[in-house]
Design a protein around this ligand. Structure first.
Ligand code: SF4
Length: 123
């Protein structure tokens, strides 16, 4: 389960879903890049984390939380840091998604595409 650095935890955040995350049995280091990791190493690690997320029964709850909290680090709900940055960049800070479900709505098609066979290189 990804840890929670620098997050702006939504007031209505609930954590029951974390008990069901597929990453509970995975290496936590898979979900966060080491300092200075770049290029193909980072892409491979992100992809391995995404593969875990792809089969996770609480992926939607996880991604919704991450977007609402504006999580800066790690793979959450199959969304990489870069993918979430793209989502954050198109949001209006005056109407930032804070209520449950608004994070997924804001992610839009990026949520599906994040773990699509094409993205994961298994198409
Ligand atoms: S979606 Fe990924 S990061 Fe989130 S709980 Fe599931 S396996 Fe863990």
């Amino acid at each position: 389960m990804p840890q929670q650095p620098l997050a702006q935890v939504p007031k209505d955040a609930q954590w029951y879903w974390q008990e069901h995350g597929s990453c509970r049995e995975a290496d936590p280091l898979l979900f966060f890049h080491p300092q200075n990791e770049r290029g193909s190493s980072r892409a491979r690690r992100d992809r391995a984390a995404k593969l875990v997320c792809a089969g996770c029964p609480v992926r939607m709850e996880c991604a919704d939380y991450a977007v609402r909290a504006r999580e800066p680090y790690g793979v959450w709900g199959g969304l990489s840091e870069e993918e979430r940055e793209h989502i954050y960049a198109r949001l209006d800070s005056r109407h930032y998604p804070r209520s449950r479900g608004e994070g997924i709505k804001a992610a839009g098609d990026d949520f599906t595409e994040a773990v699509s066979p094409r993205t994961l290189g298994i198409a």
